[in-house]
Each structure stands twice: as structure tokens, then as C-alpha cells.
Design a protein around this ligand. Structure first.
Ligand SMILES: C=C(O[C@@H]1C=C(C(=O)O)C=C[C@H]1O)C(=O)O
Length: 346
């Protein structure tokens, strides 16, 4: 594996608001996603995608997720979607304003996004993030807003003939405002492999008790420069919670829920699961980085943090966010990335 191939995948890191200028200067920036105290429409600022998500109570508690690449970046806006791309990777974002129902708005915004990906030539969808305000509340028809969102997403993916193995790893999580905000990482030629977890029913096969249309996402995506590279790629771990089979376990016990979610991730990124997908990596939770931990009740954050610190590398970047989770009986959820660049350090 050459250094060029290794670096040919997008990289992300977290920056504190005060350090943002330093982190982005001189870099090819695909985008800056601000996890902050208010929502904006996505736009192009300083030549790259910029998007504010309403995910923290105060701006001081916020952080920026900075996406960079080795190649020069071009940016634009089309149909309400803002984007940056580098010839191999595309980062794009959109927002559905607050509404009483979301399926139609979601279907339309996803359709615009998928059309844009097609038009720009980035058909491989690696990772999506969805931030859903009032996620556990009912829409105007009495359907939970998360389920309403899932319906619109499923319809859009179906219209574009996404198969179970081509849906991206995703996050669908609560937010503090701004309707539904989403962003997408897509690629042109790099190879993607959807990874499922044998301890969990694939989300797209959840039974109807969880809503009229299942959540269409993969448990993780493995991305490598070529399909032959089954060792040095990077892994995007979807939002993962205390679900076994398709059932929520340990409702009301945030510590047990955190431990089960971690166990799910450990199994997902471990050698046994990856071997089933033709990938040779021996990852543990200590390999995860740029981790987001979503905690429903703010007072639970210290206990969750203690558990996380026992499992993650002390060098990992970990952000804790106090927001709702997609099922009313889930108190905590985690996601992260195993960066290919980290794997190659001497
Ligand atoms: C926690 C779960 O789902 C959450 C919802 C997702 C979505 O709808 O995109 C993706 C991952 C998680 O954020 C789960 O079903 O296991």
C-alpha cells in the first residue's frame, strides 16, 4: 500500500471553535460541520461547505468537525444543498425546515441530494448524518417524527434503487432545533463495503412495530481506495445503541445501555465480523476516533463518560452531546470512525 493511496481517503477531526482558523489554514477543507447552539442553512464559506447544527445549549460547549482531503476542493450550492468536492470525495448538506410532518420534505430533500450526487459523479454513499428535532414527538398525523423521517428516506432510497448493501452507515439522532439537518459523505471511485452486525438485526429489516418503513442504513461502511485493499481502509461506524436483535435492552439503565452499545461496536469492528465481509483488520474500541456520544439526559453524561474512558484510547477525540435518541427507550448512542491514517502510524 502506497502512502498516496492511504491518504486518498477523507480525514476528519474535531476542533474547538477558537482553534478552527488554525486547524483549517493551509488545508484542503471539504467542510466544517459546527455542532453548536443554533442551526443555519448549509452554505459555502471560505471556499468550503459550512453547516451549523443545533446540538449544544451554548456555543462554548460546541465543537467543529473538520473534513479535509489531500486534493484541491471545489464548492457550490444547488437546490438548497451546499457541497464541496475534490474529484474523489463529496461532502454535501441540506436542511428541512421545521414542519408538522416530515416524510414528504425528507423524500424531496434526499431526492435533491441523490440527484446532485449523480450529477457531480459521486454515486457511492459512504456515510450520512441526520439530526432530527423533536425526534420522539408525534407529527400532525400522530406518527413519531423519527418514523416519519424514516418513511421519506426509504422512499427516496427506493426511487434511486438503493439495495440493502448500498445504503450508507448513518446516524439518526435528536437535535435541539432546526427541523431536520443532514449531511452526506460520498465517493466517486473508492470502494465501499456495507458491514452488518450479527448481534443486531439489520436496521433495514426491522419489523413493522418500529414504524411503517424501516430505517435504511448500514451498521458500518468500510472505505478503501481500491476494492482489492481489504486491510488499510477506514471504517465509519453508524450510530449504535443498546439494541440486540431488534429489541431495546436495559431501558432506564444508562450504564448498561452504554456497555451494550460498546459491545455491539466492539463486535462490529472486530476481526470476526470484518472477516465475514472479506476485510482483514483486528480492531478494538481503542482504534475508534472522532467519537460522538449522544446522551438523552444531561445528568447521565458523567457516568457515560466514565464508561467510555475505560474503553477508548486516551488519544481519541470524544464529544458528548445531550440530545434525544431515535427510540424513546434509548438513553445513549455512540458513533465513530476508524481512520485509515491512524492505522499506518509507525
Ligand atoms: C440506534 C439506531 O439507529 C439510529 C438511527 C439511524 C438512522 O435512522 O439513520 C442510524 C443509526 C442510529 O443513529 C438503531 O437502530 O440501532
Amino acid at each position: 500500500m502506497t502512502q498516496q493511496q492511504i491518504l486518498d481517503l477523507p480525514a476528519s477531526k474535531f476542533a474547538m471553535p477558537d482553534d478552527l482558523d488554525e486547524e483549517t489554514s493551509g488545508a484542503n477543507v471539504l467542510g466544517v460541520i459546527n455542532y453548536t447552539s443554533g442551526a443555519t442553512d448549509p452554505d459555502v464559506t471560505s471556499g468550503h461547505l459550512r453547516f451549523d447544527l443545533h446540538m449544544t445549549g451554548t456555543a462554548a460547549d460546541g465543537f467543529a468537525e473538520v473534513w479535509t482531503t489531500e486534493r484541491p476542493v471545489e464548492s457550490g450550492e444547488s437546490g438548497g444543498i451546499a457541497y464541496s468536492h475534490d474529484g474523489e470525495h463529496l461532502l454535501c448538506a441540506g436542511r428541512i425546515p421545521p414542519a408538522t410532518s416530515y416524510a414528504e420534505g425528507t423524500r424531496a430533500a434526499y431526492t435533491t441530494t441523490l440527484e446532485l450526487m449523480d450529477a457531480l459523479g459521486y454515486d457511492n454513499c459512504a456515510r450520512m448524518w441526520n439530526f432530527v428535532n423533536r425526534i420522539n414527538e408525534d407529527n400532525a398525523e400522530g406518527l413519531e417524527i423519527y418514523r416519519d423521517f424514516c418513511k421519506g428516506r426509504a422512499e427516496a432510497f427506493e426511487a434511486f434503487n438503493f439495495s440493502d448493501t448500498s445504503v450508507p452507515a448513518a446516524t439518526g439522532i435528536g437535535s435541539l432545533g432546526g427541523g431536520i439537518a443532514f449531511y452526506v459523505l460520498a465517493s466517486r471511485t473508492s470502494s465501499l463495503t456495507a458491514i452488518e452486525n450479527s448481534k443486531q438485526v439489520s436496521a433495514y429489516n426491522y419489523p413493522e412495530q418500529y414504524g411503517p418503513r424501516p430505517p435504511k442504513f448500514a451498521r458500518a461502511t468500510y472505505q478503501s481506495a481500491t476494492s482489492a485493499d481489504r486491510t488499510s481502509g477506514q471504517i465509519y461506524v453508524a450510530g449504535t445503541s443498546s439494541i440486540r436483535g431488534h429489541e431495546t435492552l436495559f431501558a432506564g439503565d444508562v450504564e448498561k445501555q452504554a456497555l451494550l452499545a460498546l459491545d455491539n461496536i466492539a463486535h462490529l469492528i472486530g476481526p470476526e465480523t470484518l472477516a465475514d465481509h472479506g476485510i482483514e483488520q483486528r480492531n478494538t474500541l481503542a482504534d475508534l476516533d472522532t467519537i460522538k456520544v449522544y446522551v438523552r439526559h444531561g445528568e447521565d453524561i458523567p457516568a457515560v463518560r466514565r464508561i467510555c474512558e475505560e474503553h477508548f484510547s486516551p488519544d481519541a477525540q470524544v464529544a458528548y452531546l445531550n440530545v434525544d435518541v431515535c427510540r424513546a427507550d434509548l438513553s445513549v448512542e455512540l458513533e465513530g470512525i476508524i481512520h485509515s491514517a491512524n492505522r499506518c502510524e509507525p
